[in-house]
Write a protein that binds this ligand. Structure first.
Ligand SMILES: Nc1ncnc2c1ncn2[C@@H]1O[C@H](COP(=O)(O)OP(=O)(O)O)[C@@H](O)[C@H]1O
Ligand SMILES: [Mg+2]
Length: 402
């Protein structure tokens, strides 16, 4: 197997069904490996990783879609622990101003250990709405809102977190954002931001009086799909471009640019908070699905980071977006060896962080001066990926290294 140069295909293993399967199958030169066959590329679920990663010997060229201890960022309680520690370190080493740039996650307590701290905070802010979440569940399962201590008493011994509810309902319905960030290395940190993403709306008009209505308060598609009045034709999503246009029309360009800059800050700092904790491994990459909530001042809040964001499509448009996202993920991972490694853009991905901030090159005269230091991110902007890819890639198979 030293003779990688003469192997002209990528042998892949895939532990998931649906969109990712479709994308892998359609990729020229890629062949699926079943069972215990040898593979070059593995899109596995986190269960497979837990059981197999430690016993696998991975050759140099092999790639896999999770880092070994991804849960440091993607389990709700660990994320909060890491963010709090990171903020404290910044305060000690640089100062309070710098630490305040981490104030983007809601006030959160871990159960069972911080129950008493929670009770103190609860008493300090009577009338607030709180959210209880079990740590190891997803898709809105087990989550509930509460305002009275007696509603939480039975839960104080479970592994969970309690977080203060943030509220902003600009369209009469609650919504949150799903954004995709790809990390190809932790040391040095190299992270890419995808241009597409979406907003998920609840199907029920918002009111503060009914905190028990999950269709009103949880925006997970998995929850909304089961609502009695869910309309699969209409769905409950807006593409990120549509949301950016709407917000720009309503609040002006400057507000919206600040919002997107603050979101960049969330992505980069949350990754930095686990940079020294995640076991860096050149075989690993990870495509994270960020959940972001906006408040009435258009300030973004980090709700959670998903290691296995759903690729289940809710409509044809959604399916096409997820295919683009996954194809471009494979383009960045570059099993085919077609890239130089110096690219700042690959399809719909823009390089956001490369051991430091990445800036745009296209300085135009009008904004000269400021735009030299404009971040190289384009969330919610046009995704003309095909044109860009045509320019970037030599026709397949490139087979430079294969
Ligand atoms: N702090 C919060 N304020 C308001 N709504 C929240 C908050 N945290 C979660 N939610 C709502 O609950 C949903 C599910 O929460 P999340 O933490 O993403 O858990 P899950 O893993 O089940 O998706 C979110 O998409 C959001 O609609
Ligand atoms: Mg979620």
């Amino acid at each position: 197997l030293k003779k990688r140069e003469i192997i002209s295909c990528v042998r892949y293993k895939c532990g998931l069904l649906g969109t990712i399967q479709d994308v892998l199958r359609q990729r020229p030169g890629w062949v699926e490996v079943k069972d215990d066959g040898e593979w070059d590329f593995n899109w596995c679920d986190v269960g497979w990783l837990r059981e197999n990663f430690d016993h696998s010997y991975l050759e140099e060229h092999v790639r896999i879609n999770h880092f070994r201890n991804h849960y440091e960022l993607t389990r709700k309680n660990f994320m909060v622990k890491n963010l709090k520690r990171y903020r404290k370190n910044l305060e000690r080493e640089i100062g309070r101003m710098e630490a305040s740039k981490c104030d983007f996650f809601p006030c959160t307590f871990t159960l069972p250990s911080e129950y008493h701290l929670f009770v103190e905070e609860f008493k300090r802010y009577p009338g607030s709405t709180w959210i209880m979440k079990p740590v190891a569940k997803s898709q809105g399962k087990g989550i509930f809102l509460f305002r009275k201590l007696k509603d939480i008493i039975d839960w104080k011994k479970v592994m969970g977190i309690i977080t203060k509810s943030n509220l902003f309902v600009p369209l009469g319905r609650k919504f949150d954002l799903r954004v995709y960030v790809l990390v190809t290395s932790y040391i040095p940190l190299k992270a890419w931001l995808y241009r597409d993403g979406f907003a998920r709306f609840s199907s029920t008009r918002f009111s503060l009086s009914s905190i028990n209505d999950k269709y009103m308060h949880l925006t997970n598609v998995a929850v909304q799909k089961t609502a009695p009045d869910y309309d699969p034709q209409k769905g409950c999503k807006w593409q990120m471009q549509q949301l950016r246009r709407y917000l720009t029309a309503k609040h002006g360009r400057e507000m919206v640019e600040t919002l997107f800059k603050e979101m960049d800050n969330i992505f980069v700092r949350s990754l930095q908070s686990v940079q020294k904790v995640i076991i860096n491994d050149k075989h690993c990459f990870e495509l994270y699905g960020y959940d972001i909530l906006l408040d009435q001042n258009l300030k973004p809040w980090l709700i959670e980071v998903n290691a296995s964001p759903s690729y289940t499509p809710s409509s044809q448009e959604d399916y096409e977006m997820k295919c683009r996202l996954l194809e471009d993920t494979l383009n960045v991972v570059d099993m085919e060896g077609r890239l130089t490694g110096k690219e700042k853009r690959v399809g719909g991905y823009d390089l956001m962080w490369n051991d430091g901030p990445v800036y745009r090159e296209d300085v135009n005269l009008e904004t000269f001066g400021s735009s030299c230091f404009t971040a190289n991110t384009h969330l919610g902007c046009v995704n003309d990926r095909e044109k860009q890819l045509r320019r970037l890639m030599k026709p397949f198979p490139g087979q430079k290294r294969m």
